[in-house]
Write a protein that binds this ligand. Structure first.
Ligand code: AMP
Ligand code: GLY
Length: 426
């Protein structure tokens, strides 16, 4: 079978790497991909959000399965587009419908869904622009810290946690009245603060059955000790020591099962990856957010731990035949550190030559913001440049291996956090 992966990040490099090992694979393409994906697949100069272009390529290369990496084409309705087009009847696509993607695309939709299907989440209320006064009155009833979220997609930056009332009130006005996040903040969700430890649980589903993928912890802030600005993620560890079997059983019974039931009751077509951003509050799981795709850099620690044929799982989920597949997970630890361009997540320079990629590293490299120049040399092209993933029987050794590999990789103004996984030792 010919497979096309849409996207260009480290997540898509990890997906491509994993699928490239499948026995069922004939040709593998990534659109648009990056310098790393071209090592395991053929890059295609097609934008993941240009559905006409994607269709033309799918027909030209007789693609049997499209795997959608990022959320934007899903929220834009690529799965519905494929479903409606008679020319694409023979092509499977793995990803949820536009309506199902609202679980990520609209916080208000997601919160209402959780309430309706009894999925534990923080208490909340949503407000639109003409409800500023009501929103302030609601804020006054809460205790600090205050959590404010822009309703729509804001690339992980639409959440604000304020420690005092004045700060929260100002942020509320910025979002609702001054549209700080554009249309994404035309509606704002205000919610109760959950105090606990965060982790992410993933499942692959066909909307009826599901298989639980490895759990991960993401390091979202740019600075060591979880300080500074939020990023797309600066590192990841899987599995997570504070997630035990008892907690996972609660996640399955209190969150995954009711979520799948809700997906069925609401007729949301959901074939794809369910990503649960969770808070462990005194041993009880609460959903902070749903995402409808794999995480980045979570994929870079999850997929190396999946022992089963990943293409088979993807096909099972796309064909509504997930029940007939099986999943086996490696019990080693995977730890991934993101090397970023100095300055990220704010202004940074690009086109820096990357050295060390061909050395014996003892770790895997999943590239993200990379491209090749006209001399075929790999250069930087984004903020998060690459992920170094190491595997070992414990976090200490995985850390040593990952940081040892990073010492051999260089580009001008390289930056990475040195404390990934450090809080999980012992
Ligand atoms: P989100 O985009 O919804 O995942 O939120 C971004 C981050 O804000 C999360 O990863 C949490 O660290 C934090 N956060 C979001 N909602 C809450 C909440 N209700 N209580 C505490 N922290 C939260
Ligand atoms: N690492 C968080 C995300 O992919 O949304």
């Amino acid at each position: 079978m010919n497979v096309l992966i849409l996207g260009s990040g480290g997540r898509e490099h990890a997906i491509a790497w994993k699928i490239s090992k499948s026995q069922d694979l004939t040709n593998l393409y990534v659109a648009p991909g990056n310098a790393g994906t071209s090592d395991v697949a053929q890059n295609v100069d097609v934008s993941a959000t240009d559905f006409e272009q994607v269709k033309a390529f799918v027909l030209q290369k007789e693609i049997g399965l499209v795997v959608v990496g990022p959320e934007q084409p899903l929220v834009d309705g690529i799965v519905d587009y494929f479903g409606k087009d008679p020319d694409l009847i023979n092509t499977l696509i793995l990803g949820p419908s536009a309506r199902a993607s609202l679980l990520e695309g609209s916080k208000d939709f997601a919160k209402n869904f959780m309430k309706k299907y009894n999925v534990p989440t923080a208490a909340y209320q949503s407000f639109s622009r003409d409800q500023l006064e009501q929103a302030k009155a609601f804020l006054r009833q809460l205790k600090p810290p205050y959590v404010l979220k822009a309703d729509g997609l804001a690339a992980g930056k639409g959440v604000l946690i304020a420690n005092d009332f004045e700060q929260a009130e100002k942020a509320l006005t910025d979002m609702l009245v001054d549209e700080k996040f554009g249309v994404a903040s035309e509606v704002v969700v205000i919610e109760e603060f959950l105090d606990g430890m965060e982790c992410s649980v993933f499942a692959i589903t066909d909307g009826t059955d599901y298989k639980i993928l490895p759990v991960a912890k993401d390091y979202k802030r740019i600075g060591e000790g979880d300080t500074g600005l939020n990023t797309g993620g600066m590192g990841c560890v899987s599995p997570v020591p504070f997630v035990d079997e008892g907690f996972m059983q609660k996640v399955e019974s209190k969150i995954i099962k009711p979520t799948i039931k809700g997906i069925q009751m609401e007729n949301l077509k959901f074939n794809g990856f369910l990503f649960l951003g969770l808070m462990n509050v005194d041993g009880e799981p609460y959903v902070i957010e749903y995402n409808i795709r794999l995480g980045d850099p979570e994929a870079q620690v999850i997929l190396p731990r999946v022992k089963s044929d990943f293409l088979e799982l993807c096909l099972g989920a796309a064909k509504n035949e997930l029940a007939s597949t099986s999943i086996e997970i490696n019990d080693e630890y995977a730890l991934s550190v993101i090397a970023a361009s100095g300055g990220y997540p704010e202004k940074y320079e690009k086109q820096k030559q990357i050295s060390g990629l061909d050395e014996e590293l003892g770790a895997m490299i999943f590239q993200a913001g990379t491209t090749k120049d006209n001399r075929n040399i790999t250069i930087t092209s984004g903020g998060r440049v690459l992920a170094v993933t190491a595997m070992a029987e414990n976090i200490k050794q995985a850390r040593e291996k990952a940081y040892h590999a990073l010492e051999k990789i260089h580009f001008e103004k390289i930056y990475y956090r040195k404390d990934i996984g450090k809080d999980l030792l012992e």
